[in-house]
Write a protein that binds this ligand. Structure first.
Ligand code: 5AD
Ligand code: SF4
Length: 466
């Protein structure tokens, strides 16, 4: 290639023109990801696939020939973001850029995306990623303005997982491994079963091969991913989920194993037992409850009631290890009364969560809950959300104060130069910012011991102990 950045700069060429020229010569792409860890990990695979096809990832839309958005449709706000983004960059289509929408919005909206954003040339739902190389070839052949429409909308029935040898891992220390895709639970508010298709598990053997490869690459922490990891079902019947956890935890070089997300209905005691006897399994369980009211749980089709959920929590609390607990909550589900809401508040207190992700109910297309009456006004949802977050803040402060004086191991995730503090993460998944007398022995990705000196609701502060 004869054109270089320096030369264009020296000749005084307009940088925008230069970028345009470069984008035309090379296969470049820009990818922005919205949503959950599953999406973030899918993006790692998409990036790897594109690089294997000769593309180069660039940090800005302006530099890219192909602009991709990996989208999320779990709540309306998440869905709107992609359309705002597309509107922002619409004018760039004239420069020959191609736009693609991937992920859950693509799966859900399909061809409607072309109506709303006609400058989009590729729509690829999350169930169709394995067709990506083929689609890329088509898109390259297609002239400017030619649109492809591939959504894999029939793929709820697919038996395949998006397995690829080309995963461009973006987190240098924590490696994600998908163990199960899709969801068969059909909670009444949730789009996931429609956007991500039916449940399909990978063999535990292939998961272990990937875990060993990651250990060889120097990763020490692995996070197993799935919409509902507890319904993991090894197609070869070799391991249960708890056994898979223990096996990943036994891979030489792996020091921490996490997993998300659990569904309370399928959460078994064997998981707590595995954590108890496998030191590498982290002291943390994320167990989304959604509501503390059995009446609302029934309307949500969650398949458990408050008492059954609390029984699972009692297993976690009676573990030999001190396991932190986090959850997801939806406020303002149709028909949620003030009494129902108060039951959620009392559940937060009874469990004593270390963290809560709380959301206002958002009606989603295709879901049964969209037909329910008694919608809660948005202002009331906001009020409940604020009350809930305030209640939880006090609970977290109380929980975190218990760590004062403890010495805990953290994985070093980075440094806050302004505060001259290192950023650490505990096995319980808490942020523990710390100072080190001199930084000898501290490096990102390494493990050190820290004495906890201060507790805030959302983080801990401490000093490294040598
Ligand atoms: N409205 C609000 N929150 C939702 N979630 C899923 N669907 C909806 C919805 N329609 C939340 C749940 C889930 C988390 C990932 O997102 O709490 O656990
Ligand atoms: Fe959605 Fe329920 Fe499946 Fe979770 S378990 S992905 S909330 S349908």
């Amino acid at each position: 290639m004869y054109l270089r950045r320096g030369r264009a700069g020296r000749s005084g060429a307009c940088p925008a023109l230069y970028l345009l020229f470069m984008a035309a010569l090379e296969k470049t792409f820009y990818l922005e990801t919205f949503g959950c860890q599953m999406n973030a990990h899918d993006s790692e695979k998409v990036v790897g696939t594109l690089i294997s096809q000769g593309y180069r990832q660039v940090p800005t839309v302006e530099e890219a020939g192909l602009v991709l958005y990996n989208t999320c449709s779990i709540r309306d706000k998440a869905e709107q973001k992609v359309f705002h983004r597309l509107a922002d960059y619409k004018k760039l289509e004239a420069q020959g850029k191609k736009f693609g929408v991937l992920g859950c919005v693509a799966q859900q909206e399909g061809a409607k995306i072309f109506e709303r954003a006609p400058y989009v040339s590729l729509v690829c739902g999350s169930a169709s990623y394995r067709k990506l190389p083929e689609m890329l070839t088509q898109i390259e052949k297609a002239g400017a303005g030619k649109r492809l429409r591939i959504t894999g909308l029939d793929d709820r029935e697919t038996d395949e997982c998006f397995e690829t040898e080309f995963t461009a891992r973006t987190n240098p220390h924590r490696g994600y491994i998908t163990i199960i895709e899709g969801c068969d639970k059909f909670c009444s508010y949730c789009v996931v079963p429609f956007t991500r298709g039916k449940e399909r598990s990978r063999t535990s053997e292939s998961v272990l091969v990937e875990a060993r490869q990651m250990a060889d690459l120097g990763y020490t922490e692995i996070q197993l991913l799935g919409q509902n990891v507890n319904s993991y079902c090894d197609p070869q019947g070799k391991r249960t989920f708890a056994e898979l956890l223990a096996a990943v935890g036994a891979v030489p070089g792996i020091r921490r194993v996490r997993f998300t997300t659990s569904h309370p209905r399928d959460f078994g005691k064997d998981i707590v037992e595995a954590i108890d006897v496998t030191p590498t399994l982290c002291d943390h369980v994320h167990l989304p409850v959604q509501s503390g009211s059995s009446r609302v749980l029934d309307a949500m089709q969650r398949l458990y009631n408050r008492e059954q959920y609390l029984e699972k929590i009692s297993w976690i609390k009676s573990a030999r290890r001190d396991i932190s607990m986090t959850t997801d909550v939806i406020v303002g589900f149709p028909g949620e009364s003030q009494e129902d809401f108060e039951e959620t508040l009392s559940l937060l207190d009874e469990v004593g969560y270390d963290g809560v992700f709380a959301f206002k109910y958002s009606p989603r297309p295709n879901t049964p809950a969209i037909r329910l009456e008694d919608a809660i006004p948005d202002a009331e949802k906001s009020r409940r959300l604020a009350v809930l977050l305030e209640t939880q803040r006090a609970i977290q402060q109380r929980r975190n104060l218990k760590h004062l004086g403890e010495i805990v191991e953290v994985m070093v995730e980075g440094k806050n130069e302004a505060r001259r503090q290192w950023i650490g993460r505990t096995s319980q998944n808490k942020t523990l910012n710390f100072t080190a007398p001199d930084s000898t022995g501290v490096e990102t990705g390494g493990y050190v011991h820290v004495g906890v000196t201060t507790a805030f609701p959302n983080s801990l502060v401490g000093e490294m102990v040598i």
